[in-house]
Ligand binder design. Sequence first.
Ligand code: LRH
Ligand code: MN
Ligand code: MN
Length: 401
Amino acid sequence: MSQTPAGQDAGTREERALAALAQQTIELPSWAFGNSGTRFKVFGQAGVPRDPFEKIADAAQVHRFTGVAPRVSLHIPWDKVDDFDALSAHARDLGVSIGGINSNLFQDDEYMLGSLTHPDAAVRKKAVAHHLECIDVMGATGSHDLKIWLPDGLNYPGQDSIRARQDRLADSLQQIYAALTAADPDHRLILEYKFFEPYFYTMDVPDWGTSLLHCLALGDRAMVVLDTGHHAPNTNIEFIVAQLLRVGRLGAFDFNSRFYADDDLMVGAADPFQLFRIMHEIVQSGALAPDSGVNFMLDQCHNIEPKIPGQIRSVMNVQEATAKALLVDPDALLVAQQSGDVLGANGLLMDAYATDVRPLLARLREQQGLDPDPLGAYARSGYADTIVAGRVGGAQAGWGA
Ligand code: LRH
Ligand code: MN
Ligand code: MN
């Protein structure tokens, strides 16, 4: 066992890391299991789910082989079913549960000029009513989080009043929040931001500051969602993480990775070092604890890679970044930081990042009675052949469905 100068014993740190990793959970998006693509082409894959029941069955496979993905987020109306009680019972039977409920404000013709911010009160009313429906789905499925991504925005200066749209948004959100907390005071409204797309002059919730201001006005059950693909290039995302954790308003992540825009690629694929830096802030703030209120969700689309292995790989990438962050020696880091040891402090992070944590994660899986190689175990299970043989005419993830 190695010993760092002022810090914990490395062996002890590994044991603590294992204990923390055993508690970590990652939520999967139902839409990752359907066909998806770019606006140029959707490549259909054999065996993809034909309905929400089959999406949950596939998500349960990710949990079966990783042991850390016990919840599935739904997107309404993509995952609308006649009987949500039956859907959640189906999830339970497969060893998973329903996570966040995502509303959808980007597919109706009436929303061309906005939804919760639309100048016409009748359109805003329709958008608010959709959330009341989502709140009912939460009741039926046992979900705690209503997740809102607002696709509203403007393409041209002068097109509408930026300020009036904020006022309308505040009013619409207030109505939704009141209904949500009346249904259950513990339920949360989590508000996602995105700096561009589908509008390009301005979005109505373009950044974490705007999201936070609305959350602060709503109340303490309103939190910010940070989608890692929703920032301008080179944005220091871990700074935002630290800032939101400081004020107790980081509700959830939508993890994915990007090279250019909102690419929705597998998390940790484009920039594993960024993911490590984010997880370092999480670990330092104690936000990895299951009761911290931070929900670690994936929001990805597997356009060319197989869906279930794509999700397994993503879960493993989050686990690897987390494990590395847990190996940073907090005591030695504090000493280095307080004594102005710039290189020493940075070196502690880089040493942790350079550690091969795959053996540690293999140990974790063995402790949990799992195969140490989730991707290999899934491939050997024969599940992929079963769904290819059994399902014909799979559904699209969302757009164009
Ligand atoms: C928007 C977004 C949001 C949606 C999802 C499908 O870009 O990140 O979270 O709900 O994609
Ligand atoms: Mn998202
Ligand atoms: Mn997105």
